[in-house]
Write a protein that binds this ligand. Sequence first.
Ligand code: NAD
Ligand code: FE2
Length: 386
Amino acid sequence: MANRFVLNNISYHGSGAIKEIPGEIARRGFKKAFVCSDPDLVKFGVTAKVTDLLDEAGIAWSLYSEIKPNPTIKNVQDGVTAFKESGADMIVTIGGGSSMDTAKAIGIIVENPEFADVVSLEGVADTKNHATFTIAVPTTAGTAAEVTINYVITDPDKVRKFVCVDTNDIPDVAVVDPDMMASMPAGLTAATGMDALTHAIEGYTTRGAWELSDMFHFKAIELISSNLRDAFAEAKSGQPASGREGMALGQYVAGMGFSNVGLGIDHAMAHTLSAHYDTPHGVACAMLLPIAMEFNKPVVAKRLAEVAVAMGVDTAGMSEDEAADAAIAAVKQLSADVNIPATCDGLVESDLDQLATDALNDACYPGNPREATHEQVVELFRKIMA
Ligand SMILES: NC(=O)c1ccc[n+]([C@@H]2O[C@H](COP(=O)([O-])OP(=O)(O)OC[C@H]3O[C@@H](n4cnc5c(N)ncnc54)[C@H](O)[C@@H]3O)[C@@H](O)[C@H]2O)c1
Ligand SMILES: [Fe+2]
């Protein structure tokens, strides 16, 4: 089977990139934007950085912000209703993965109403039409949802998150402006940055990895591991540092890769933790990353040795096995340096059986390079129990 690659039609990068948004809307003749953002971003004036530009350009817009972190089916369905009532003809989504994923699902259902139940979009959805024209503006440096063909929705009744994969959902235009991420507190900078590193490392070791995806993942690992500490320090001190720009780019480059080849057991387990305990996605990914790398080492040692090089480890004189261990150690050190916890609040022994079942059913699991038994996944979860 041929390898497929899907990317945004247009993307803008760098400080001040949001100034391109009004022009992208106006030149296509759209009349009204449906702005999809979350309540905190509205409250802290992050959303307004873009809507002020729309106002200045005389572009009408209406706001939808009923979106919680780890967004739910209801957030999507209410959004579809709000879109129809708004009279808008395009979407501008401003936020982290939660806002962008909700917007992607809304845009898909508006154009493919037979999927209005949302749950039927799980897995590889057979939609006929491309989502409503969307401009995506990330405010975290993590998920890269602005360039991926995935979105993740939570079903609270079934206590599970489900991944939807659909080439029709990729935003048409991505605007990756580090200034939109400048207000992230240190904890969020760390968690979302480690999510991005997880995308890059899982993407580099996933079953479907090939030259084109390797190119993006290797560069993303370099960018993220050399910029996250600075971005974190900047967020803590409030002083400008060089890390934000590199993180904005690094997370996007990771997304260009993993969106096209998939992930693995870390994300499968992380989705399960978030569904059960509302663990922030990046924290869940980060605490599991060295554990997943260790588990996969028997089948991807060579690739992990290359990860060590991308992370700046001097592997000269090391065996492949030693270099792979050095990559795992480098990930642990980076996590510790940005204060990621090593254990998951709420995780108890009696939940392990269900968590392992859910992780093995997650759409990210089949990408993992090594097969895991139910008992092995239980054991992996046990490693992050307090
Ligand atoms: N579509 C994909 O390819 C993909 C990939 C990975 C993760 N995800 C999903 O994305 C979601 C997580 O997204 P996330 O980690 O970006 O966080 P998020 O969107 O859930 O936001 C978390 C919190 O951070 C706040 N926040 C965001 N940007 C901020 C800023 N600039 N300043 C201050 N506060 C800010 C938000 O208001 C929110 O309260 C999860 O549901 C996850 O499953 C999607
Ligand atoms: Fe992720």
